[in-house]
Write a protein that binds this ligand. Structure first.
Ligand code: XMP
Length: 513
């Protein structure tokens, strides 16, 4: 039986994947296609509903993506979100104009019609707005379903044709009952059944990988984190021993990292694991490099070169599996090509060389960390790996502000392992998204045993987060902070001061570089 599918047409919104994620949460299958997809392809997909995402453009702007009228004539229910609603209004001969007052962030919204899209919702909810333009004249057959103080047509609908538009973003958590609104669209309007589950995702990916790689060998860059570990085990299900995992010691790993990973994957999973010590090469290339983006790119490139050399030795290898997640992608790239929204080059996305011999397989490119943790649990990975805090590919190199030297690495490794031990001892490890130390490029004066010291500063970074895209600094108890500070200053040679980072993301990022 064909499963119920919701098709999301992407008009370039940063939230497109969030729409897909909400639909997955409601146990319905969804796929994302570019907004340029034709009506014939849509018929082939056979969706039960179509969602038009938001986007950064204005509908009348030159080069702005448009909507083919045929798509709304397919007899499939449609929901346009933000730009998606405006493009619907324009395509159906209504009118969109620049609003007198822009509307960003929280906006109280009053529901005028509770029949379907807003079924079972209260009369007033907080909606999340982010728009400059708005609908001024509705197309024929449409009525107003909700309004805000600033936007008369905050939601509209043509019940007969099953076409709806919302100016706000139901997919973001800040919109109250946003999930209920999407659920009403899926189940009341599109009449979907909630039958899809993450285990289906595993099956689909296993089949796709098998089909794509044929008789070739695959290599997987394994770091021991949950993303690459789950990607490796999923690929192993698809191709068995034709999967060769490569663990690269890049010289900027934490203490005992290599030993732990090798033991789990060789002994527990019986994976063909190749350990490559490339620390000298990485550290040589990083010598005296200070610019964070340069560090990231050097590491991204060097990883690929190591994989390519290893692939040549193994032979018949055409693919590289990576555990890339959606937040890595969205922070590294901008949808319409402009460089302005690149925040940092994640080593496995924008840090990759332009020319690569290996083709990428990235089964989790559309998923968020908590979804991958659920998959890892279905794949029976050890708890220790499932709940391991994220550790970035560029490793300690982006936690040493300034040049990376062996002496600084030793200091940071020691401080970091002290911090982790204390955080684990007080059972805080799993509640925190990440906890780590950062070594600052400055020395300050201290006094130890009546003597003056002039030594390094370590910063403690501890954050809570759901997906790494936004984060808050963790309010660790003072007694624990005191223990951490004392232990680091007493045990790590060369450090005489510990400070605490109390910045959220945004405006800061989690890593310092
Ligand atoms: P930021 O610093 O951007 O980090 O707030 C968000 C999350 O991503 C991790 N991170 C990376 N992970 N390669 C990775 O595999 C990278 O290049 C990279 N940069 C940042 C970071 O640790 C945090 O969890």
């Amino acid at each position: 039986m064909k499963k119920d599918t919701i098709l999301i047409l992407d008009f370039g919104s940063q939230y497109t994947q969030l729409i897909a994620r909400r639909i997955r949460e409601l146990k319905v299958f969804s796929i994302i296609e570019p907004c340029t997809i034709g009506a014939t392809k849509i018929k082939e997909i056979g969706p039960k509903g179509i969602i038009l995402s938001g986007g950064p453009h204005s509908v009348y702007e030159k080069g702005a993506p448009s909507l083919q009228k045929r798509i709304v004539g397919l007899g499939v229910p449609v929901l346009g979100i933000c730009y998606g609603m405006q493009i619907l209004v324009k395509a159906l001969n209504g009118q969109v104009k620049e609003a007198k007052k822009r509307e960003y962030g929280r906006a109280p919204m009053y529901i005028d019609d509770h029949h379907d899209l807003f079924f079972s919702l209260p009369a007033k909810i907080i909606s999340w707005m982010s728009h400059t333009d708005q609908a001024m004249v509705l197309p024929k057959g449409f009525v107003q379903l909700a309004h805000t103080g600033n936007t008369k047509f905050a939601a509209i609908g043509n019940r007969k044709e099953k076409i709806y538009g919302v100016q706000f973003h139901p997919e973001v958590v800040h919109t109250e009952a946003g999930l209920q609104i999407i659920s009403n669209f899926l189940f009341r309007i599109c009449e979907c059944f909630a039958t899809w589950q993450l285990s289906d995702f595993i099956t689909e990916q296993v089949n796709q990988i098998r089909k794509r790689v044929g008789k070739k060998n695959i290599i997987c860059g394994l770091s021991g984190g949950v993303d690459s570990s789950a990607a490796a085990i999923l690929t192993q299900k698809a191709v068995g021993r034709r999967l060769k995992c490569i663990f690269v010691n890049n010289g900027v790993l934490r203490r005992s990292e290599a030993k732990k990973v090798i033991s789990v994957f060789r002994n527990h999973f019986k994976i063909d694991l190749h350990y490559i010590d490339a620390s000298a090469a990485f550290l040589g290339k990083l010598k005296e490099v200070i610019d964070p983006e340069k560090k990231r790119k050097i590491i991204g490139h060097e990883f690929i070169r190591v994989f390519e050399r290893q692939a040549a030795k193994i032979r018949n290898v055409e693919f590289l599996v990576q555990g890339t997640l959606y937040p890595d992608v969205i922070e590294s790239t901008s949808f319409f090509g402009g460089p302005t929204s690149r925040i940092k080059s994640h080593h496995n996305v924008a840090g990759l060389p332009l020319k690569m011999k290996l083709k990428l397989i990235e089964p989790f490119r559309q998923l968020f960390k908590d979804e991958v943790r659920e998959i890892a649990s279905l794949l029976k990975l050890p708890q220790d790996i499932i709940y391991r805090q994220p550790f970035p590919g560029p490793g300690l190199a982006v936690r040493i502000v300034g040049a990376v030297t062996r002496e600084r690495l030793t200091m940071l490794r020691e401080a970091d392992s002290i911090l982790e031990d204390i955080i684990r001892k007080y059972n805080l490890y799993r509640d925190l998204w990440q906890t780590f130390c950062v070594l600052l490029p400055l020395k300050t004066v201290g006094v130890m045993g009546d003597k003056r010291t002039y030594e390094h500063v370590v910063a403690i970074r501890a954050v809570t987060s759901l997906d790494g895209m936004t984060a808050d600094w963790a309010k660790l108890p003072h007694q624990i902070l005191e223990k951490i500070s004392n232990a680091i200053i007493n045990k790590v040679r060369g450090v005489n001061r510990v400070v605490l980072d109390i910045s959220s993301k945004p405006p800061a990022t989690i890593e310092w570089e």
